[in-house]
Design a protein around this ligand. Structure first.
Ligand SMILES: CC(C)(COP(=O)(O)OP(=O)(O)OC[C@H]1O[C@@H](n2cnc3c(N)ncnc32)[C@H](O)[C@@H]1OP(=O)(O)O)[C@@H](O)C(=O)NCCC(=O)NCCS
Length: 149
């Protein structure tokens, strides 16, 4: 399954598919305008994951500043989760950030998001902090994770 997946840079034409995934994945989703505005930013590494039968089914964004990156967003379309695509995309966006000189990646994740936490743990991310009541809808703490890449 993952053999047929390809990862490439996000383009303006992908934003509609990306926003549909974003809306289904998050209770406070980013808008099409937000994704569109980020496309022009040199510090934003933005990738999509495509599969032949369905087109764009995932995306990831790392904000890169010198040797530090922040994984700002990652999601896989619900009907394609649990097949290794999230981990594949995470590996690729980390590699792209590394190629820009990033050596440390940080991210926030909902405490209850066990699937994402498991994916990050499998890629070497460790807990370095907690932001209390960071998320709304529902209100919840964020765990801060970090990895040296
Ligand atoms: C988090 C997300 C991107 C993971 O993508 P995915 O394609 O489902 O993940 P994968 O199939 O690559 O699995 C990655 C790891 O998650 C774990 N995992 C997979 N399915 C799981 C499940 N049902 N329950 C718990 N852990 C699971 C496994 O540990 C797996 O590691 P492995 O490759 O060593 O087996 C995806 O679930 C998603 O889009 N979620 C909604 C958006 C989101 O929460 N984004 C993260 C915000 S911080």
């Amino acid at each position: 399954m993952t053999l047929t997946a390809t990862v490439r840079t996000m383009r303006a034409a992908d934003v509609q598919s990306v926003v549909a995934i974003e809306r289904a994945a998050f209770t406070t989703p980013w808008s099409a305008q937000t994704f569109g505005a980020l496309l022009g930013r040199p510090r934003a590494e933005m990738l999509v994951l495509e599969v032949p039968e369905a087109g764009v089914v995932g995306y990831a964004i790392v904000w890169c500043v010198l040797d530090e990156g922040e994984l700002a967003n990652i999601a896989i379309r619900e009907d394609h989760r649990g097949r290794g695509l999230g981990a594949l995309l995470l590996d690729q966006v980390i590699a792209a950030a590394r190629a820009r000189g990033v050596r440390t990646i940080v991210l926030e994740v909902r405490q209850s998001n066990l699937r994402a936490r498991s994916m990050y743990a499998s890629r070497g991310f460790g807990e370095v902090g907690r932001r209390r009541d960071y998320y709304d809808d529902p209100r919840e703490d964020a765990l801060v994770l970090r990895s040296e890449i």
